[in-house]
Design a protein around this ligand. Structure first.
Ligand code: SF4
Length: 398
């Protein structure tokens, strides 16, 4: 078992740091979390299903939030298929498999946000199979423009906070929530800086590298992840790479189930510089810092209603997802959009139809394909991506 050894403090180079983060990510059994629990006897590790969970409340309750992103292609489905349909997305099946097979027996609870029918079913199945465990299905507001949505969602946050207090046997103070908000604001600022640098110099900040650094945060205490990112920003600046002919693209569809890392590498090798994406978007969910003063639950509720990124699973209210994407295309000088959707993910697949129409109307090239966690053959995607890049370069030179 890997001890929690603060490897980021010792990393001498960018490559070394990235490699360690990648190893961490490709360990869905979470040996780092197991180590954390050994170092913190009696403390709780709580799983959070994507896309977004208000982890600040878990931290304020003294728990370690662990984002559960399924098996990441590392887990064989032996048990889950007898509990959940085979025609649902991989992340739901492999997350359930992690639980049923005992890979994440360190888990003390599970918070599932109301993002889709599959997530709702998963929380029910989980509760049924682990009747003694803590499971909370968090109802996120749908009509975010309604004034009642703030009070309603604050009530949901209160329900989560109070359930956690019952689980740990300790009350959760407002001040503890404010402290956690500060830590998460810092984390979001560091991630924003990392992604800005990638958008400005994609060759120097490859998509898989940036992804691995961000992904480490799913398994580490957030303060430690902040230190890791601070180190990454220093090491990344010194990681000079030659520029090459690439096209600047956005990747959409990977907001919940994550694609295999090899798929991201194939896109980059084909000449796609991914400078905008929705990978693991929950950690970057707010466009501005959450208020650090006043009622912290209302601050989280306000941020959710008015200042989130737009994904297929949170209601845009008066905003428009297609206008938002078109604006980002302009701001980031994007030359094409890739819709990479998890197989059987209805929110991603429905959304891509609407967004594609808007993009094609604006003359922006679109590439579309589906992926699964256990995907191992990437040649078709490689060929599609190479053709996509060549056609963009051809037309841009005319
Ligand atoms: S991948 Fe799609 S369908 Fe599956 S849980 Fe996530 S949002 Fe729901």
């Amino acid at each position: 078992m890997e001890p929690l050894n603060f490897f980021w403090e010792e990393a001498k180079s960018w490559d070394e740091l990235v490699e360690k983060c990648r190893t961490l990510w490709l360990d869905p059994a979470g040996s780092t979390v197991r180590a954390w629990k050994q170092q913190h006897p009696g403390e709780k590790a709580i799983g959070c299903f994507p896309v977004y969970t208000p982890q600040e409340l878990l931290v304020a309750a003294g728990c370690l939030p662990v984002s559960l992103f399924g098996g990441r292609g590392q887990v064989e489905i032996d048990h889950a298929d007898s509990h959940i349909q085979s025609f649902v997305c991989s992340i739901a099946r492999s997350t359930l498999e992690l639980g049923l097979a005992g890979h994440i027996d360190w888990l003390d609870g599970f918070v599932v946000p109301s993002i889709c029918d599959v997530a709702r079913n998963l929380s029910g199945i989980w509760q049924h199979n682990f009747p003694k465990g803590f499971v909370l299905y968090l109802h996120l507001p749908q009509n975010v423009d309604s004034a009642a949505a703030g009070t309603y969602y604050r009530g949901e946050l209160e329900r989560l906070r109070d359930s956690l207090a019952t689980l740990t046997g300790r009350p959760v103070s407002d001040e503890a929530v404010r402290r956690a908000i500060r830590v998460y604001n810092r984390n979001r600022a560091l991630l924003a800086e990392l992604f800005e640098r990638r958008a400005a110099r994609p060759a120097q900040w490859p998509v898989v590298h940036v992804y691995a650094l961000a992904a480490a945060g799913n398994l580490l205490p957030r303060q430690e992840h902040n230190r890791l990112l601070e180190r990454a920003l220093v090491l990344g600046d010194a990681n000079l790479c030659p520029q090459r002919d690439v096209v600047r693209v956005a990747l959409r569809g990977a907001f919940c189930e994550q694609p295999p890392l090899e798929l991201l590498e194939v896109l980059e090798e084909a000449g796609c510089a991914v400078v905008d994406d929705d990978l693991q978007i929950g950690a970057r969910f707010f466009l501005a810092p959450v208020a650090e003063a006043g009622d912290p639950l209302m601050a989280l509720a306000d941020a959710y209603r008015h200042r989130t990124v737009l994904t297929p699973v949170n209601n845009p209210g008066r905003r428009s997802r297609s206008d938002d994407l078109l604006r980002r295309c302009q701001e980031k000088a994007l030359q094409g959009i890739i819709f990479a959707s998890p197989k059987f993910c209805e929110p991603a697949l429905y959304d891509s139809v609407l967004l594609k129409r808007a993009l094609e109307g604006a003359g922006l090239p679109v590439l579309e394909f589906e992926y699964e966690e256990k995907m191992t053959v990437f040649e078709t995607v490689r060929m599609q991506a190479e053709t996509f890049v060549e056609s963009i370069l051809f037309f841009s030179e005319r």
